[in-house]
Design a protein around this ligand. Structure first.
Ligand code: PMT
Length: 400
């Protein structure tokens, strides 16, 4: 997957800079061409001689070559790349990238880079946990960059916590998976449902749920970044979408979501049903605000909504892939497996409200994927963007 790929490796001033040597060696072994761009602080931790010897390319650090005064074009470099990887990425460089502070060759190259960007943070646990670092990382994610979460373990300070740069082989695996699923997903049409539905009681009240849309929007972004053409059918949420590959259809009720999904799915290669669709709606929707004074005690008669997943499962044609979610509070695996079969899904993503940091509203999720063969793969707690990448990688294996 990495053969012939042009990779810019950005190195910053961190103890983990020595791991960059292993990254270069692995990339070169896999047939990639590597161009190192290092910050002035990075050179305090690893010498350009080591890096140029391993990459077989001169290392770029300054805007102008000290030897002959020639200009290093960050623009040309940005256009040359198939991917840019910043490993290790310090809190300082992350902050500069998030805020466009282009005072060194690495950040200017990043700002000129049209290719996907992967960032592997490395820092002390408190620096990593600091709200300013986390906000900068969120900002970089929102620009479509891929954050390779640091691991937990002993840090240079001898404190133990989250902040160790991920190991080189895992970083390489992330790049390989990315290019593998990109090959499959490029130009594929994918329909995604996201967010809650609101079922109207009267002009001011509705039945809804806690879904924020974050999981579904992260999936849309992950698919779009892989070159897929996404139709995102979104319930009422306050999120925005910027990726040009995402066509967004806003709906409110389960019936509207059903109509939009049934229209879009026949033309699609895959559907991912992440929305928390209301199973019931009030049978009667009042035209005017229901008055407490005139009603007193009140009964709502609810009727079932259409099951969008099951309806798409029923019309799914050969070659199409349908992915569902199961949000459970008990008997998780049994309930998810039953939904997988009942709705004719190809795999189901199980998340449980019993797991801290999983499910509605939060920025993280913890999932298991259950496939039609009954095989279950568990994943650790990750950002919803990270979870989306895992789901998209699984989808790519079926779309092949
Ligand atoms: O939006 P967030 O705040 O980020 O939260 C994410 C999430 C918790 C909403 C998401 O991860 C999730 O679990 N979504 C599915 C929620 C749900 O409704 O699950 P379910 O087990 O009730 O439904 C099973 C499947 O059938 C789902 O794919 C659902 O989209 C689909 N369904 C359900 C009912 C219905 N009438 N039509 C459907 O298509």
């Amino acid at each position: 997957m990495l053969k012939g790929k042009h990779i810019i490796l950005g190195i910053t001033g961190s103890i983990a800079a020595y791991k960059a040597a292993y990254i270069i060696r692995a990339l070169v072994k896999k047939g990639a061409e590597v161009q190192v761009v290092i910050t002035p602080a990075g050179k305090e931790f690893i010498t350009p001689i080591t890096l140029s010897a391993l990459s077989s390319n001169p290392v770029i650090s300054e805007f102008f070559s000290n030897r002959d005064g020639s200009w290093h074009s960050h623009v040309d470099l940005g256009l040359w790349a198939d991917a840019m990887l910043i490993a290790p990425a310090t809190a300082s460089t992350i902050g500069k990238m998030a805020n466009g502070i282009a005072d060194n060759m690495l950040v200017t190259t990043y700002l000129s880079c049209k290719a996907p960007v992967f960032i592997a943070p490395a820092m002390d646990l408190d620096m990593f946990a600091h709200p300013s670092t986390q906000q900068n990382l969120d900002r970089l994610r929102s620009f479509g960059n891929h954050i390779i979460e640091p691991a937990e373990g002993e840090l240079a300070s001898h404190l133990v916590g989250k902040g160790r740069m991920e190991e080189p082989d895992k970083i390489i695996a992330v790049l390989e998976e990315f290019f593998a699923s990109r090959t499959v997903l490029e130009k594929k049409k994918i329909v995604i449902t996201a967010g809650p539905t609101y079922e109207k009681i009267d002009p001011v009240r509705f039945i809804g749920n806690y879904s924020s849309g974050k999981m579904g929007f992260a999936l849309a972004e992950a698919c779009a970044q892989q070159g897929a053409e996404v139709t995102l059918i979104a319930g009422p949420v306050s999120l925005t979408t910027t990726h040009p590959n995402i066509q967004r259809i806003d709906v409110e009720s389960a019936e509207e979501m059903y109509q939009a999904a049934m229209t879009a799915f026949p033309e699609a290669d895959a559907g991912i049903l992440c929305a928390a669709v209301a199973d019931y709606r009030p049978e009667i929707q009042a035209d005017e605000k229901i008055k407490r004074e005139s009603k007193g005690e009140m009964m709502l008669h609810l009727v079932p909504n259409k099951d969008i997943a099951a309806s798409l499962g029923a019309i799914k044609r050969e070659g199409q892939v349908l992915v569902g979610f199961a949000l459970e509070t008990n008997n998780e695996a049994t309930n998810a497996e039953s939904k997988l079969k009942r709705k004719n899904l190809d795999f189901i993503v199980l998340n449980s409200l019993r797991d801290v940091g999983a499910g509605f509203r939060c920025d993280t999720n913890k999932i298991s994927i259950i496939d039609r063969q009954g095989e279950t793969t568990g994943y650790p707690l990750k950002s919803k963007q990270g979870v989306a990448v895992d789901i998209v990688n699984k989808l790519a294996t079926l779309l092949k």
